[in-house]
Design a protein around this ligand. Sequence first.
Ligand code: ZN
Length: 129
Amino acid sequence: QQILDHYRNPRNYGELDEPTYTHVGENTSCGDEITVDVKLADDGETVEDVAFRGEGCAISQAAASLLTSEVRGMTVEELHDLDRDDVLELLGVEVTPMRIKCAVLAEKVLQDGARIYEGELDVDTTSTE
Ligand code: ZN
């Protein structure tokens, strides 16, 4: 129910005017795609604002909506500490192994975007394949 609500009425949907970083990811096995904008505060560490846009299945989009609702005020370090269990807990449902890739897409995009911003990773697109 929560998933359908977030799928139909996604929170934080759209884009930011001046994101610190933008990153895109896809899960081609399901056709999910998510782009995330993150704006860091002046300290360069705290997530001040976040927005996403994308298309795909209900789980992938609901996970992005739920996750982006949680990360404001987190530090980049705390972003990196998120794992699939945090995402599954937010979703609040059993997710089949196939669907795990859908569920964690937004998390991976957020984290990879931060790593690229920090100069620790160099990829154009994150994939949960
Ligand atoms: Zn999916």
